[in-house]
Design a protein around this ligand. Structure first.
Ligand SMILES: Cc1cc2nc3c(=O)[nH]c(=O)nc-3n(C[C@H](O)[C@H](O)[C@H](O)COP(=O)(O)OP(=O)(O)OC[C@H]3O[C@@H](n4cnc5c(N)ncnc54)[C@H](O)[C@@H]3O)c2cc1C
Ligand code: SF4
Length: 512
């Protein structure tokens, strides 16, 4: 390398892609890469052990890939003596010695990190070039154009635009199969026998020496953080991520659609892809994931309802939430449209509750750093919404516990879709339901001390009590809401004495 360092390419823990935009024009002779493990990224929210381990282990594997590609690397390890506590402080310290002419950064996944790195570069007097992240199908500017002049934003219209623009599942100018959306054919529950013994299991990636070292580090350094590491088996390299993708497309995608919303105790993955962490770390591109699913549909191996349902999650929802994030931050994080003020119950961090559905979803979350969408939206999220937890605290919990949690995707899903804290920008109505919804989607109510169809009394299901309490608390706000008014009208059959009983029971549930 020449004596003067031209470009220092900053690579963050969720930017593990040799083709990232910040590498364009990279020359091993003139440029170098910078990566840093810092404590703040695991402590600014109380990150779970699985989440910390996924990020650190994937970073260390990526460092090897960089070395193999011959790209000079300055890598700061958390277990070294001289590391700084924050990314910004570490960057400032390293700029003093490396003295690059310029910094290159692909747009990060977190507004806070972008600000901190830009401030650090400015304080050091080094210019920084921010490059758009071409990992995604769309840019924040594309989203802003889509949103311009619209009264309401709906993912369905955005999704259809992307199907047409990228020619995904299209026959000429018509959607393949004659419809944009096959949801009516999806959303089944399992029968009493459950998913059965032949449920395909996703590949298990046994921790190698690099990963085992990280697991030891996390156990020592973050011993008081939530979650467990004894079942850790996530894909952490590009090769493993590709293997996980192939296994999903061949073995689980065919039944993804019908069982998308089903919950079965002890079966965390069911027919879900388990690919969000690999995608968010940038080990996989959404383009290759969508292309693989589309090819499987076109070959006739996968029904259109499953293939389309899956593609909609990636090409629709994933892009849409990112657009919301980058066009609405930083104010978006402050949203609290329903003025929810309660603290998150402490048992969210342990799973120690009598409610069978929450216990199952929380224990699984702590064990694997994973829960599927309906568990996040209609179990943990629904309970927090009905209980009235302050959205900021719900957001911190989701950002902490899941291995796929990066703020651009976690925040709109939590604050917008799940907690309605943005007042309806992201979701057309609050997703509220009684315990009967959970009893339709899972067998869990059968093993619970509560009864989903009772709203007051010793055996009343807390979801059902809190659902009616939610309607009572927000009756005026939603009385004329196009999608919630019907539910609100149910209050007409609840007399004053019953209303008082519901309120008292809900208040008792909130006593810590
Ligand atoms: C409250 C809440 C918080 C969430 N937090 C996150 C998060 O931090 N990170 C994250 O990646 N997803 C998040 N999601 C979305 C979704 O639950 C996960 O992407 C999904 O459960 C990951 O598991 P999977 O890979 O098996 O997905 P599958 O169910 O098999 O779906 C396939 C893929 O579609 C994408 N996808 C599906 N739904 C969404 C969505 N709503 N938004 C964005 N992408 C989606 C993911 O990349 C996922 O891998 C959250 C959802 C809710 C309701
Ligand atoms: S009865 Fe209520 S708390 Fe118990 S599992 Fe069913 S929905 Fe959950």
């Amino acid at each position: 390398m020449s004596h003067t360092l031209r470009n220092l390419v900053l690579v963050l823990g969720d930017q593990l892609d040799l083709q990232a935009a910040a590498f364009d024009g990279f020359s091993a002779e003139h440029d170098a890469v910078w990566m840093a493990e810092v404590a703040e990224e695991s402590t600014h929210v109380w990150s779970s052990q699985p989440r910390i381990a996924v990020f650190l282990a994937a970073m260390r594997h990526f460092a090897r890939a960089l070395e193999a590609a011959g790209r000079p690397l300055h890598y700061r390890r958390l277990d070294a003596n001289d590391t700084q506590p924050t990314l910004a402080a570490q960057l400032r310290a390293d700029l003093a010695t490396l003295k690059p002419q310029r910094l290159l950064l692909t747009r990060p996944g977190d507004w806070r990190v972008l600000q901190a790195l830009q401030d650090a570069a400015q304080a050091a007097g080094v210019s920084m070039e921010l490059r758009e992240d071409r990992h995604f199908f769309t840019t924040p500017q594309d989203f802003a154009r889509h949103a311009q002049g619209r009264k309401g934003l709906r993912t369905e219209y955005f999704y259809r635009e992307q199907r047409q623009r990228f020619r995904v599942l299209m026959d000429g100018d018509q959607p393949q199969g004659g419809a944009w959306n096959f949801d009516a054919e999806n959303r089944e529950a399992f029968g009493p026998e459950g998913p059965g013994f032949d449920l395909p299991q996703p590949p298990h990636f046994e921790p190698d020496v690099v990963t085992r070292e990280v697991l030891d580090l996390v156990r020592r350094r973050f011993a008081d953080h939530p979650g467990r590491l004894d079942r850790f088996a996530w894909p952490l390299t590009r090769a493993q991520a590709l293997q996980a993708l192939q296994a999903f497309i061949h073995e689980r995608l065919p039944l993804f659609g019908p069982y998308q919303d089903a919950i079965w105790p002890g079966e965390p993955w069911l027919y879900h892809a388990q690919l969000s962490a690999a995608l968010n770390l940038k080990l996989l591109t959404p383009h290759e994931v969508v292309a693989a699913a589309e090819a499987a549909v076109r070959s006739g191996r996968v029904p259109i309802a499953s293939g389309e349902g899956f593609i909609r999650q990636i090409l629709g929802w994933r892009e849409y939430v990112r657009g919301i994030y980058w066009t609405r931050m930083p104010g978006y994080a402050e949203g609290n449209a329903l003025q929810a003020q309660h603290d998150l119950p402490a048992w969210y961090w342990t799973g120690d509750t009598d409610m069978a559905c929450l216990r199952d979803a929380l224990k699984q979350t702590l064990e694997h750093g994973y829960a599927h969408h309906i568990q996040r939206l209609m179990v943990t999220g629904l309970f927090a919404l009905l209980y009235g937890v302050e959205p900021r605290q719900v957001h911190a919990w989701y950002l902490s516990v899941y291995v796929d949690a990066v703020e651009w995707v976690e925040l709109p899903n939590t604050l917008g879709m799940s907690q309605y804290a943005d007042g309806g920008l992201m979701a057309s109505k609050p997703y509220i339901a009684t315990g009967k919804y959970i009893s339709r989607q899972s067998p869990l109510c059968g093993s619970c001390r509560y009864r989903p169809d009772e709203r007051v009394g010793a055996r009343a299901c807390p979801f059902t009590t809190l659902y009616w309490d939610f309607l009572l608390r927000h009756e005026a706000r939603f009385a004329n809401h196009p999608r919630l008014a019907l539910q609100v009208r149910g209050l007409a059959r609840v007399d004053e004495a019953e209303r008082a009983r519901i309120r008292a029971q809900a208040d008792a549930l909130r006593v810590p």
